[in-house]
Design a protein around this ligand. Structure first.
Ligand SMILES: C[S@@+](CC[C@H](N)C(=O)[O-])C[C@H]1O[C@@H](n2cnc3c(N)ncnc32)[C@H](O)[C@@H]1O
Length: 179
């Protein structure tokens, strides 16, 4: 009898494990792969380099495309701009909002549970992105169509196919002068 209960509990645990695996693949990993990129956080030293490369002047508006745990949004806000992160993973949205509260910058750092493909970029003058190579062509077209002439884009690891970068430092690309 005891053995039967043991095996039943084991079976239940196995079932739970399989269900959570299926859930994460189909609802978290698969959709983010399809729409943009899976979650890989930018290393802290790379965050610093991205902010330095952007040479941020206080007062503007920044957007991080796929904001993860909010580390770039927090760094952008600390650099003096109003920072917005767009993220489709609700767990990461909650985590980023918690991190922003902890950092004490809720007045200038905001996370939106929304696909960046559905956002109009025209109000932003700094864009940061850590995407995937296969979205860069489509993203380039959207950015060039919507951004104002003086906007800057900083991309971690992936270059745009046609837009010539103005600077490149250790795998970080800076884009200006979209015209
Ligand atoms: C490579 S991670 C980068 C996270 C963060 N920006 C960083 O640098 O640490 C990419 C993030 O984009 C999110 N993402 C993918 N497609 C998206 C979309 N269409 N709209 C908003 N977020 C998206 C993923 O959920 C993931 O958290």
């Amino acid at each position: 009898m005891n053995l039967l209960i043991f095996f039943l509990i084991l079976l239940l645990l196995l079932l739970l494990l399989v269900c959570s695996f299926v859930f994460s693949v189909f609802f978290l990993i698969f959709p983010t792969l399809f729409w943009g990129a899976i979650y890989v956080p930018t290393k802290p030293e790379v965050v610093k380099k991205m902010i330095n490369l952007a040479d941020i002047k206080p007062g503007g508006k920044a957007i991080d495309l796929g904001s993860g745990d909010g580390r770039l949004v927090i760094a952008l806000a600390k650099a003096g701009v109003e920072a917005h992160g767009y993220e489709i993973n609700p767990f990461l949205v909650r985590l980023a909002q918690k991190n922003i509260r902890k950092a004490g910058i809720s007045d200038r750092a905001f996370i939106h549970l929304k696909s960046f493909w559905k956002e109009d970029f025209s109000k932003f003058n700094i864009v940061t992105v850590y995407g995937m190579s296969y979205i860069m062509g489509k993203l380039e077209l959207k950015l060039k169509k919507e951004l104002k002439a003086d906007a800057k884009v900083v991309s971690n690891s992936f270059a745009f196919p046609n837009w010539q970068h103005s600077k490149k430092e250790e795998g970080i690309y800076l884009y200006e002068n979209k015209d």
